[in-house]
Design a protein around this ligand. Sequence first.
Ligand code: FAD
Length: 334
Amino acid sequence: MTASPRTVLVLLDTPADGLRSPARELLTLARSLGDVTALALEAPSETTLADAASYGAGTVLVVDLPGDASVGARLAPVAAEALAAAADRTGADLVLLTSSFVNREIGALAARTLGAGFVYDTSGISLTESGVVGSKRVFAGTWDVECAPTTPRAVLTLRSNSVVAQPVAEPVVPGVEHLAVEPTAAATAAVLVSRTAHATAADQSGRPALAEASAVVAGGRGTLGDFGPVEDLADALGAAVGATRDAVDEGWVEHDAQIGQTGVTIAPRVYVGAGISGAPHHRGGMQASGVVVAVNNDPDSPIFEIADFGVVGDLAEVLPQAAAAIRAHKATQG
Ligand SMILES: Cc1cc2nc3c(=O)[nH]c(=O)nc-3n(C[C@H](O)[C@H](O)[C@H](O)COP(=O)(O)OP(=O)(O)OC[C@H]3O[C@@H](n4cnc5c(N)ncnc54)[C@H](O)[C@@H]3O)c2cc1C
């Protein structure tokens, strides 16, 4: 007996602006699990519709909310009610979201409404004869677990960089359908009055967002405040820049670069930690990374206990050499 394909509903994060990499990765995984409907909580752009086609969504369901949808859909309870209504409309037994902070809240609220099992922050989702299984790394990266919802329906979130986004060979333009949703009074008990976007350091630098980046170069107290070598290596790799709390507290980098228990949780394919001791509070935010590279001038530094590759040396010497070698290698690749 083989696992039956599912009816899958995928929440698109930024339908008005085109899809970002995490949503493409999610659609890639979703289409391996069954027939995919993509859900847009605001009017999708042409780019989004083209992306949905490229990544295998058969239908795009657009939720029509009263008032300004770009504001209303930002409320997690409203988005959750729309997601649950869309799951009922499409008969979806598998509801998938990317693992952003707000999506974990939306997913949990929708799962409660749907009476569905909820698994967040998975790094893989598979179908078995007995049902859907989400794999995830927990307890600061010290355990890998598999979680299987026991309910007929399941809601899961998928972390960035868990899957390589692959467009379909022959995109088919998805059908667009509409669903009107009237949020309950409970969902709108607190409303968002206005939203003002502030450019982050990543926005200004043109580097990828920390939580989504497939490679991260992070600096700590060992930089002594000079993040130049960290940024240079990040740019050579096309990586995001991260930092420890100590580096943030010193005012060397913005708080949005902080990785760890009280900062951003990341799971890039490659993490490079330079001048970082590997304290538990920091590890808690990066230990799900694929390959961990550490550069530290103390051979007894705890970060080497979790590193796949370690370089004992002064980061001010090691990082520029690494950046130069990567650029030279890229040049040979054309
Ligand atoms: C409640 C609480 C929450 C916290 N949350 C977080 C969090 O979210 N994220 C976080 O990161 N921290 C957090 N912390 C702080 C955490 O406990 C550590 O203090 C912090 O991570 C250490 O930062 P660091 O590695 O940069 O500094 P250090 O521990 O001082 O390590 C610096 C390292 O740099 C090396 N070094 C020095 N010079 C060089 C050089 N020239 N070249 C190479 N290596 C060099 C040293 O050998 C050393 O290993 C939290 C703490 C508390 C109490």
